[in-house]
Each structure stands twice: as structure tokens, then as C-alpha cells.
Design a protein around this ligand. Structure first.
Ligand SMILES: Cc1cc2nc3c(=O)[nH]c(=O)nc-3n(C[C@H](O)[C@H](O)[C@H](O)COP(=O)(O)O)c2cc1C
Length: 311
């Protein structure tokens, strides 16, 4: 495979959600759960790497069987993956201290999670002090303490409260679960437009509470987030709807089921400004092979043509 084919970047930079990238591909939250794991993915063909999600305090995460299936081959055969890690992480403060000491060759986005407005605002304040952090992504795919344990993505008034509190120098992105109610999606897009605090909406997080059996996933009675190719048409539908409802200066970043270069183009054609990849990176576990995957013969012609045209 030639050098060009391994390259998923462009010679000129373009702006996405208030940061500059040299290509449309980012590593999504969940692949680099520790500051230490960011380095190898920075050396991959991705143009930016996200780390997290981080919670206010250190969190051990769940115990037991946390992801399904076991291997990349099985993941490809099934066309989906499940995970229920429970967000193991070192907490905002320690992560920020570690990031502050790193030298990074590409933009780093930090994903933060919380249970209430104060958690998100604390995370924003702490990571805003880190020069190495290019943008902060609010993960709204977690339960909300102040509004009865509802996943924040589905709590319009909870989102309004959190967005109203946003201030500071870093671009803030908002990552949401997939919505099956188009009117709720439209209502929340209206809140985002009105607040003027969000530079990009990242869609979508895993589909919540999917189930195979308790041998596949043990925490939470086997219920877990679904990702991978099965999510792709849903994620594309989310991109189309968010793009339609958001003001034009708020970018949509597409994520869900990207396995090939041509999948990336499907998201860009649907209205995404850039994309993120989680499952393909997580199950392969091989940063150096990412570029090869995304530029493989037979599944990347449209992506390669796009790169050449943006060259
Ligand atoms: C193993 C794993 C862990 C994840 N952890 C997080 C997380 O901590 N925070 C978050 O916002 N999304 C997390 N996600 C969701 C992904 O970032 C992504 O939104 C979703 O999996 C759909 O993309 P994909 O089909 O490329 O995986 C995780 C996904 C996987 C597969």
C-alpha cells in the first residue's frame, strides 16, 4: 500500500467546532480512557484524539464482563458491539495534571461526564486551564442526578441549565445519545441555538440499554451501550436532523459505525463537518493500522477522492 493511501489527512487545515484539523477523522471518547493511552493514537492516521470520559472524582468503573464480543473478527461478523465500562477514569484533576505535562502533536479533545450542572462546569474550569486541551466535549450520555436519573440527552431542561452555565476560553462540544423522537431532537437543537455556547454537536453516543444476555455483559443485568455498524444508519439519520435544525455556525460531528473510508464520506455527505471513530479503533486496538483500514482498496475510493480534492 502506497504512502498516499495510508494518509487520511489533507495538506491544508480546516476548522471544526472551533479547532483546526488537518483531516476529518478523530478518535472518539472511550478508546483512550487514560491520559497515558493518548500517545499511541496521536501517532495514528487520525487528525485529533479524544480522551475520556472523565468524571469529577476517580472512578473504578464496573466489574465483570464489560464488552462484547471478545475479538475484532467477531465484532465484524456480528456488525455491532456492546460495552458497559461504567466510565473508569482517574478523575478531572489528575487527568488535567497529566495532560498539562504532555507534548502533543495533534489536537486533544477531553470528554467530561457528570451527574449535574456543577460537575460539568467544574470539568470545564479544570480542563480549560490546560494548554494541551483544544476542546472540551460534554458527554450527555450519562444519567442525571438532578432530573431523576434520566440520561441527560433526553432532559431538555437539564441541558438548558448546563449550557447556561458555560463560560471560558475553550470550545465546548456536546455529545448526545441517539433520539428516536424527532421533536425532542428539534427542541434540544433550539436550546443549543439559543444558548450560543456550543461549537459542535457530536452525534451519536451508543444506543442505550441494548441486550444480548448476561454472559455477554455482566453489569446492569446485561444492559449495555450498542455501537458499531448496526448504529451507522441511525447515526446518519441523527446527523441529517441535527444539521437541519442547528444554526450553520454550529458544526455537526458524526460518529457511529464507521469502519471504512467510504463510511466517512457517507457522514460528510449527510452534513457532518468531521467524524469520530470508537468501535473500529477499540476492537482493533492497533493505532498504526487505522490509516490502512480507512484507505483499504474496495472500501475507500470515495474517501481517497475527497482527500485528493481537498489536498
Ligand atoms: C468501548 C467503548 C467505550 C466508550 N466510552 C465512551 C465514553 O467514555 N464517553 C463517550 O462519550 N462515549 C463513549 N463511547 C461511545 C463512542 O464514543 C461512540 O459514540 C459510539 O461507540 C458510536 O461510535 P462507534 O460505532 O464508532 O463505536 C464508547 C464506545 C465504546 C465502543
Amino acid at each position: 500500500m502506497g504512502e498516499f493511501k495510508r494518509n487520511t489527512r489533507m495538506s491544508s487545515m480546516f476548522a471544526v467546532g472551533g479547532i483546526d484539523l488537518d483531516g476529518p477523522v478523530m478518535i472518539a471518547a472511550g478508546v483512550c480512557k487514560t491520559p497515558e493511552s493518548v500517545g499511541p493514537w496521536m501517532a495514528s492516521a487520525a487528525s485529533a484524539v479524544e480522551s475520556g470520559s472523565y468524571t469529577p472524582k476517580e472512578n473504578a468503573g464496573n466489574d465483570g464482563k464489560l464488552f462484547h464480543p471478545e475479538t475484532l473478527e467477531e465484532f465484524e461478523r456480528l456488525g455491532y458491539g456492546l460495552n458497559s465500562f461504567g466510565m473508569p477514569n482517574v478523575g478531572y484533576e489528575l487527568a488535567a495534571d497529566k495532560f498539562a505535562m504532555m507534548r502533543l502533536e495533534k489536537p486533544l479533545i477531553v470528554s467530561i461526564a457528570g451527574r449535574n450542572m456543577q460537575d460539568y462546569l467544574d470539568g470545564m474550569r479544570i480542563f480549560s486551564q490546560c494548554d494541551t486541551v483544544a476542546a472540551i466535549e460534554f458527554n450527555f450520555g450519562c444519567p442525571n442526578e438532578t432530573h431523576g436519573g434520566r440520561i441527560i440527552s433526553f432532559d431538555a431542561s437539564g441541558i438548558r441549565d448546563i449550557l447556561n452555565g458555560i463560560y471560558g476560553p475553550k470550545p465546548i462540544w456536546m455529545k448526545v445519545s441517539p433520539y428516536s423522537d424527532p421533536m425532542l431532537l428539534k427542541e434540544i437543537a433550539g436550546i443549543v441555538n439559543e444558548s450560543d455556547k456550543i461549537r459542535a454537536v457530536v452525534t451519536c453516543n451508543t444506543f442505550p440499554n441494548a441486550y444480548v444476555d448476561t454472559n455477554a455483559i455482566s453489569p446492569n443485568g446485561g444492559l449495555a451501550g450498542l455501537s458499531g455498524p448496526a448504529l451507522k444508519p441511525i447515526a446518519l439519520g441523527q446527523v441529517v436532523q441535527w444539521r437541519k435544525h442547528l444554526k450553520s455556525d454550529i458544526d455537526v460531528i458524526g460518529v457511529g459505525g464507521i469502519m471504512t473510508g467510504n463510511d466517512i464520506v457517507d457522514f460528510l455527505d449527510a452534513g457532518a463537518r468531521a467524524v469520530q471513530i470508537a468501535s473500529c479503533a477499540f476492537w482493533s486496538g492497533e493505532p498504526r493500522r487505522l490509516g490502512e483500514w480507512l484507505t483499504a482498496d474496495g472500501t475507500s475510493e470515495r474517501f481517497q477522492a475527497l482527500l485528493a480534492s481537498r489536498g
